[in-house]
Design a binder for this molecule. Structure first.
Ligand code: CNA
Length: 397
């Protein structure tokens, strides 16, 4: 295993497991055989439509565009010895590639859909952009074979560096250093550089392709080892499908290899069509649309604010009604009492008040108090505290 014949299988050789080497036959195989152990293997090509360049595509690839970083050779940007002496080119690049700037592609959502349907055994990715996670693929279904930007640590003492500080530092194109006293080593995302070991999770899961019932290889040149040998661990009679702009590795050399030499996004849409999953796929992908989630937030806000305001207005109205009713009752009581004592023109005042006042004086006094309060700027707030304009949130329009 590991060494794959590269000669394409002859058209005369019939498939063993599939009925034909077509995407429809793959869909048929999935449906009829209760396929539940799909292994996906991906590379930079599944993220190019998100706006992240791959490494090796001529002209558009990252390596073709690294001249501005003044590197001695393109791969130096991911070389650990070079990084120790000059981390700046890597951090220039990290600034561009940092997660949060890009939306997952429909291909990432397809992998997430396989997981939702309980059919994903493992997704092996060489990508460091975290877009599988953003599309909803859970961490335990993912092997980020070359690490990712998800975590970071000091390259000298291994102390982890906080995510938020990392994000802020990369955003302003600064270089992060270890925060441990007297260490001050360089901090690097847990991306596997040339000269570093692959993560333990890769070694633990490396044999899984041998137990898969389908392999989907997408958007990779299959040139970086040991990742490149993963498809060769898939059993001979297990169908493998390659969705890539070009034929790579040994894919296409076995009887049950299906080649879709095209853009990943259009390839997965064809597969979804054949499976009858197209609407579900597009819906799932739509959930990753930042303008949609932003729009949803925007729609939710005024609605919530309006509901909040309506509730406050209702509360105010009830308060005002109650206060007015009390005033009316008070007025009626007052008039009744006053009418009872036309002789004296005096009001009953609670015991203890030294001075009794006439109704007219009371009215005058009350008006005077109101006017005083008005001139003091407190207006009617002492009577209707709920009418204090400052205590009412106005909706921002
Ligand atoms: P690569 O060597 O650059 O190959 C990419 C492959 O994808 C090529 O065969 C292309 O023809 C093909 N391809 C490009 N665009 C599409 C598309 N839209 N549809 C279908 N096929 C397409 O990249 P690999 O992943 O094979 O190389 C491994 C390297 C790349 C890993 O170490 C990664 O860390 C590294 N890388 C990752 C990212 C990322 O995280 N998005 C970006 C650039 C490089």
């Amino acid at each position: 295993m590991g060494n794959e014949a590269s000669t394409p299988v002859s058209e005369d050789v019939p498939p063993i497991t599939l009925t034909a080497r077509t995407v429809e036959a793959v869909a048929d195989y999935i449906k009829k055989n209760n396929v539940k152990r799909i292994v996906v293997m991906t590379g930079a090509g599944i993220s190019t439509s998100a706006g992240i360049p791959d490494f090796r595509s001529p002209n558009t690839g990252l390596y073709a565009n690294l001249a501005r970083l003044n590197l001695p050779y393109a791969e130096a940007v991911f070389d650990i010895s070079y990084f120790r002496n000059n981390p700046r080119p890597f951090y220039e690049l990290a600034h561009e590639l940092y997660p949060g700037k890009y939306r997952p592609t429909v291909t990432h959502s397809f992998i997430s859909l396989l997981n939702k349907k309980g059919m994903l055994l493992k997704a092996f990715t060489q990508n460091i952009d975290c877009l599988e996670r953003e599309a909803g693929v859970p961490g335990d279904k993912l092997v980020e074979a070359h690490g990712s930007f998800a975590t970071q640590r000091c390259i000298d003492c291994g102390t982890e560096f906080p995510d938020d500080r990392m994000k802020d530092t990369v955003a302003i194109k600064e270089i992060p250093y270890c925060e441990r006293t007297r260490c001050e080593g360089l901090v690097k995302p847990d991306i596997v550089f040339f000269g570093e070991a692959l993560p333990e999770s890769f070694h633990r899961s490396r044999s899984l392709p041998a137990s898969a019932d389908l392999a989907i290889v997408m958007g990779t040149s299959l040139t970086v080892q040991p990742f490149a040998s993963l498809p060769s661990f898939v059993r001979e009679e297990t169908p493998r499908i390659l969705i890539n702009l070009e034929r790579v590795g040994g894919l296409g050399s076995r009887a049950d290899d299906v080649l879709l030499l095209e853009d990943c996004d259009s390839g997965v849409r064809k597969l979804a069509d054949a499976l009858g999953w197209r609407d579900e796929l597009e819906e799932l992908w739509e959930t990753t649309n930042p303008s949609r989630s932003e729009r949803k937030k925007q729609e939710a806000k005024p609605k919530d604010k309006q509901a909040d305001l309506d509730a406050r207005i209702e509360e105010l109205t009830r308060g005002v009604d109650k206060t007015l009713k009390l005033s009316e009752d008070h007025q009626r009581q007052f008039e009744k009492d006053f009418a009872k004592r036309p002789d004296t023109g005096k009001l009953d005042v609670p015991a203890g008040l030294a001075k009794s006042v006439t109704a007219a004086e009371h009215k005058k006094q009350s008006e005077g108090e109101v006017n005083d309060r008005k001139s003091n700027g407190s207006d009617l707030s002492h009577i209707y505290p709920h009418l204090d304009s400052k205590s009412v949130d106005k909706p921002s329009l």
